[in-house]
Write a protein that binds this ligand. Structure first.
Ligand code: FE2
Length: 326
């Protein structure tokens, strides 16, 4: 088995930096961020100097996901493996390392042309993390930063890249029907976290479907849900729980860039060395009821995807059926 990796950070390119600033401060209750010289902003969620970065730009999407190697030797080994497989892996200069708050950094593109940054030496902040919105803090440490879910049109190629080359293991494969959409997904682990990365073949105009922060207490999840409602943050899925073996109690809302965030707790851990891939046909054991706005958003995404490929004979009827089914 490969040495463990950890999801280190996420970098977003955002059209509305001011709204993101308010979202991070009021909804997520994160402490005062770091201002980057180039206009970006970095927030902490734990003892690390920064975990979530927003750079102003047109994409409103994930710009990069950062994966941390526990040692520089493991980072060098991964870079060598990727180069031997024919990937162009670029070493970051000192300025980019500073901006990402890491000691070493290399980056490359995955099969969907998403930027993957491999780092070592995630810098720690000089003071402990504290948040009045999440007084019990977030579950990170050896498990890394929550998880990220990517939408992809080429699940096999993406899965092969992250498993064969980066050493992720497959925790679960999901196959389910959501209205007219046959949804397939792969949940991938790189440490004891049930999944640090998941790949969904959903129609989406965003590369990222959602990112998840794992609170340490149910109370903080419940309070975050109430806060989202009070702040009129759009809710996609109400409170609910993913089925075993994940078990996360969570809700989903919408970020100022239109993709989703998930706040959860009580995610169970796995033993990566002994894990056998499971198969599942449901996304939730209970709850997670989709709000009308999510049904409409999914219908729009399906319609756009169908129009792009021009394969659907009756895209409007299919989109309407999706809305009815959710
Ligand atoms: Fe999730």
């Amino acid at each position: 088995m490969s040495p463990p990796l950890r999801l280190a950070y996420l970098v977003f390119e955002v059209r509305k930096p001011v709204r993101w600033h308010r979202f991070m401060q009021e909804m997520l209750g994160l402490p005062e961020p770091i201002a980057h010289p180039g206009g970006g902003t970095g927030w902490r969620v734990d003892g690390a100097r920064q975990r979530l970065v927003a750079l102003p730009g047109a994409a409103d999407d994930l710009l990069a996901l950062g994966l941390e190697c526990a040692t520089e030797a493991h980072l060098a080994q991964l870079v060598h493996r990727l180069q031997a497989a024919g990937h162009a892996v670029v070493q970051a200069d000192a300025a980019l390392c500073r901006e990402r708050a890491v000691q070493q950094l290399w980056w490359l593109r995955d099969p969907a042309q998403g930027r993957v940054e491999l780092c070592a030496g995630l810098e720690q902040a000089p003071t402990p993390f504290a948040s009045t919105a999440f007084p019990d803090g977030f579950e990170t440490g050896a498990l890394g930063l929550g998880h990220v879910v990517l939408a992809t049109q080429d699940l096999p190629a993406m899965e092969a890249f992250y498993t064969d080359l980066l050493g992720f293991g497959v925790t679960e494969r999901l196959a389910t029907q959501v209205g007219p959409v046959h949804l397939r997904g792969t949940f991938l682990h790189c440490n004891q976290r049930h999944h640090s990365l998941a790949l969904f073949d959903l129609p989406s105009s965003h590369r990222i479907h959602h990112f998840m922060l794992q609170a340490r207490s149910l109370r903080d999840v419940g309070r975050a849900f109430e806060r989202a409602e009070a702040l009129s943050v759009p809710i996609d899925l109400g409170l609910g729980q993913h089925p075993d073996p994940d078990g996360t109690f969570s809700f989903y809302g919408e970020t100022p860039s239109g993709f989703a965030f998930e706040i959860g707790a009580q995610t169970r851990q796995i033993d990566p060395g002994a894990w056998r891939t499971m198969h599942t046909h449901e996304t939730s054991a209970w709850g997670h009821r989709p709000r009308l706005r999510l049904k409409l958003k999914m219908a729009r995404e399906l319609l756009k995807a169908r129009l792009r490929t021009r394969r659907a004979p009756r895209p409007v009827a299919q989109a309407a059926a999706l809305g009815d089914a959710l």
